[in-house]
Design a protein around this ligand. Structure first.
Ligand code: TRP
Length: 332
């Protein structure tokens, strides 16, 4: 187990069960096959979150969420980007090997320019250098830890490719493999998690079930899942039902088979199916919710865990930076 995986987590706050099954659980499984590292990209968040209290809250909440979901800080390294000053030194080095034209082609920057043009504004209106150089900072996050694989969604693949380009430019210049070339590990959709309205669960559709809702609210949300107008007596098809699709994520194989039979036999109304879903969902989410609340009630413990992780991460980061400083002629 000598290959390194690195997961970057933007602190955006409210985690929902779509994130839990689509991103958090698969990312945590990487610890079984890689030397896994996880960090909170808090300086990346400064691009969009410019309210102090909101940023503090987001950082704590996302740390508590991952710990509650099962991240084991004794087995993996878990830290905040801002605790690793070497990241910002590496970012400065990488800037000198990054073509401006490469940044011009970044999807996020291009989309912002396009939006300005469509509004008839100056192409760079409201675009700061943090957004423009975002891919360089992300490359620094990755390259600093000799990362082999980076689990990402499709929207982040271009950023990993840019990290490859930048690392190759530096290696080529010094004719040495100074930086490990990282690979994107595209997370396949383990399971499409349907939202309350049957479309994919997503914040932009406003159809999410937050991971940490209190029990009462969880039941209310489940009762709001949209269903068709089949009567109680009619037999129902479990494979065409979003209640059942959600049930499968939380129930044992035996429970799934039993409920599927209830569907097909007829005589079961949607209310009963929703109640069955609530039971299995609440069973899995209750301990996670309790751990989350315990961490949120004890920020000093959160800070301690992250500070310990930062120390382990810095020991690695210092070596990379020293290797680079010597190679480029800043240190001898
Ligand atoms: N850009 C990523 C996102 O928006 C977060 C991130 C920052 C990241 N640095 C990273 C992800 C390094 C992987 C590796 O989700």
């Amino acid at each position: 187990m000598s290959k390194v995986s690195l997961t970057g987590i933007k602190p955006t706050g409210d985690v929902h069960i779509g994130n839990y099954f689509g991103a958090i659980k698969p990312a945590l499984r990487l610890a079984e096959t890689y030397e896994a590292r996880y960090f909170i990209a808090d300086y990346h968040a400064l691009n969009t979150v410019k309210n102090r209290d909101e940023l503090v809250q987001n950082i704590r909440s996302v740390a508590a969420s991952w710990l509650a979901a099962g991240l084991d800080p004794n087995r993996v390294i878990f830290y905040r980007q801002s605790s690793i000053p070497e990241t910002f030194e590496l970012s400065t080095i990488l800037m000198c090997f990054t073509a401006k034209g490469l940044m011009n082609r970044a999807h996020a920057y291009k989309a912002a320019v396009q939006a300005n043009l469509e509004k008839g504004e100056d192409p760079d209106a409201g675009i700061n250098m943090g957004l423009y150089t975002y891919p360089v900072l992300m490359a620094a996050d990755i390259l600093l830890f000799d990362t082999h694989v980076v689990p990402v969604g499709k929207d982040q693949v271009q950023h990993v490719e840019m990290a490859q380009d930048i690392a190759q430019a530096l290696n080529y210049n010094y004719k040495k493999d100074l930086l490990v070339i990282p690979q994107a590990l595209i997370q396949e959709e383990v399971a499409v998690v349907p939202g309350l309205d049957g479309r994919k669960m997503s914040k932009s559709y406003n159809n999410t079930i937050p991971l940490f809702v209190p029990e009462k609210q969880l039941r209310k949300l489940i009762m709001r899942i949209v269903t068709n107008s089949q009567t109680v007596e009619e037999p129902k098809d479990p494979d065409k039902c979003q209640i059942f699709a959600l049930y499968k994520l939380f129930a044992t194989a035996e429970e799934q088979a039993q409920l599927a039979q209830r569907y097909r036999a007829g005589g079961m109304g949607w209310g009963e199916a929703k109640e069955a879903l609530f039971q299995v969902m609440n069973r899995e989410l209750t301990p996670i919710r309790e751990r989350y609340e315990a961490y949120m009630a004890n920020p000093a413990e959160l800070d301690r865990i992250l500070a310990e992780g930062a120390e382990k991460a810095r020991a690695i980061a210092r070596q990379t930076i020293q290797r680079l400083r010597r190679a480029i002629g800043i240190e001898w």
